[in-house]
Design a binder for this molecule. Sequence first.
Ligand SMILES: Cc1cc2nc3c(=O)[nH]c(=O)nc-3n(C[C@H](O)[C@H](O)[C@H](O)COP(=O)(O)OP(=O)(O)OC[C@H]3O[C@@H](n4cnc5c(N)ncnc54)[C@H](O)[C@@H]3O)c2cc1C
Ligand code: FES
Length: 272
Amino acid sequence: MQFKSMILANAEVSPGYWRMRMTAPPEFAAAQPGQFVMVRVNSAIDPLLRRPFGIFDVGTYVPAHSGAQPQPYLEMLYRVVGKGTAMLSELHETDLLDILGPLGKGFDLGPLEEEKLIVGGGVGLAPLYLLAKELVRQSRVRLFAGGRTRDDILCITEFERLGVECYVATEDGSLGERGLVTEALEKRLDLDAGNASIFACGPHGMLNAVAAIAARRALSCQVSLEGYMACGMGACLGCVTPGHHHSPETPDYRCVCTDGPVFDSVDLKWGA
Ligand SMILES: Cc1cc2nc3c(=O)[nH]c(=O)nc-3n(C[C@H](O)[C@H](O)[C@H](O)COP(=O)(O)OP(=O)(O)OC[C@H]3O[C@@H](n4cnc5c(N)ncnc54)[C@H](O)[C@@H]3O)c2cc1C
Ligand code: FES
């Protein structure tokens, strides 16, 4: 679905990271955790391509004027890395955006009795909040959030408010344990190797390590990829990633925008 959305709020939540709330059509209430939107950051020719962002949250708000009915909103959490995201950060309340979505295949919530372990690296937490909101209804949920410094640890209070037990790891030790988030995950799994499933989003190296941990322990693991995307709808093949059986002789590519962005980790080819 393509729609015009009005910005309701756009605020820097940590240096270089922004959270934007905007109006959404009623159909957005059915958006699946892990789905994404393609955003046209302005109406000029440059930048021409829409930018993909995970859906951080969906909900309803009541507009200020009297007698108003609750209206749907959607939220994104984004990091300023280049031209498009810098432009987004300069937008204000009441500015309009052109949006396509919700797109792609989201997370499968899995068996309710399993403990759910969510692993997010930096802005990789973006699609994991809506997931946690769904999972806490029925399952015990733990979050492992990692980053280089404390500035990369985002919106932890919101996860805690949901009742999620949060573990933080930073590479410089400025917040939580010093080290990699995957080390914190392994420590937890060493303590209790019971029935658990893993959901992860973050830098490719982190996902590679999480997929390896899951494989070693025979745990189910879903990963959300954040590669490059031009169309977001399966038309340009700019987003493909190698599938599990890929080799130069027998190419096996997955389209991140339509087959994903969420994949079962065993369906993808990972580094050694
Ligand atoms: C399905 C999906 C969901 C995403 N969700 C989020 C989200 O919720 N929050 C968020 O902040 N970002 C998210 N991203 C990444 C986001 O789309 C890019 O950061 C954004 O498009 C960059 O646009 P830009 O114009 O600012 O940067 P550009 O000017 O296009 O690029 C600036 C620099 O960033 C690098 N870069 C751009 N895109 C990516 C990328 N996808 N991966 C790695 N490096 C990149 C470029 O190589 C360049 O060095 C997501 C990507 C995908 C595919
Ligand atoms: S972004 Fe065009 S096919 Fe996926």
